[in-house]
Ligand binder design. Structure first.
Ligand code: 13P
Length: 255
């Protein structure tokens, strides 16, 4: 069974509420006028402050939150709880490498957040990926296995099947350096193998690739058997490049 593809944009700390709403409206018009594959999920993670503004604009674009606090409520200044996100988003991104590296999020906190998203009915997107140093030392698969083991600890196989995994090699994020389609496929196949021991049916898990995805490389990446979509940073901020990636993914390049 073909489960389709997810093309996701992570806007990080970009766009005001007004800019976000204008982007959604413009993209919606383009999507209305073009044929793209109907098993494609288009998903955008705007900043928290844009969520209310983009909600309700179109059913063609799913909405996600870039992060979530680890508690339901309480004295946690600056945090956003699942209760606050409930009416706004379906997806919640957890453990992006910027959260891990710049904000000190460790695997145990990430696991707490993953379990909280699932208990509130969100679809979590768990981000994993190795640093350049880990790759050069041949530690890529060990690192990813440990992020998956710790991040998904205590989650039932039925729930693991609902978790979207985003593989983002840290050295490929915002650098213009992409893993080649073959390099990415190798890691995605290893992730699928690890999920076979954890997930009710690992073939149903979406495993997305992220890291300098652009309109030129997206078709090749999406053509790999274990790559079920893309998580796009920089190229998701401009309508033209994000829309081109959507179109290219609808017509995967035959190699
Ligand atoms: P870039 O596409 O800008 O490399 O960012 C990738 C990313 O971090 C998406 O979450």
């Amino acid at each position: 069974m073909n489960k389709g593809l997810i093309i996701a944009g992570n806007w990080k700390m970009h766009k005001t509420a007004g800019e976000s709403a204008a982007f959604f409206q413009e993209l919606d018009q383009l999507l209305e006028s073009e044929n793209y594959r109907d098993d494609l999920t288009i998903l955008i993670f705007p900043p928290f402050t844009s969520l209310a503004a983009v909600r309700g604009i179109t059913s063609r674009i799913e909405i996600g939150a870039q992060n979530m606090g680890a508690h339901e409520q309480g004295a946690f200044t600056g945090e956003i709880s699942p209760l606050m996100l409930k009416d706004l988003v379906k997806y919640v991104m957890i453990g992006h490498s910027e959260r891990r590296q710049l904000f000190g999020e460790d695997d145990s906190l990430i696991n707490q957040k993953i379990r909280l998203t699932l208990s509130h009915g969100f679809t979590p997107m768990l981000c994993v990926g190795e640093t350049l140093d880990e790759r050069e030392r041949g530690r890529t698969l060990d690192r990813i296995a440990s992020q998956l083991d710790l991040g998904l600890a205590g989650v039932t196989p039925e729930k693991v099947q609902d978790v979207v995994i985003a593989y983002e090699p840290v050295w490929a994020i915002g650098t213009g350096k992409t893993a080649s389609p073959e390099e990415a496929q190798e890691v995605h196949a290893a992730i699928r193998d690890i999920l076979k021991k954890k997930s009710h049916d690992a073939n149903k898990n979406f495993i997305l690739y992220g890291g300098s995805v652009n309109p030129d490389n997206s078709g090749y990446l999406m053509n790999q058997p274990d790559i079920d979509g893309a998580l796009i940073g920089g190229a998701s901020l401009k309508i033209e490049s994000f829309f081109d990636i959507i179109l290219n993914s609808s017509n995967p390049v035959r190699q």
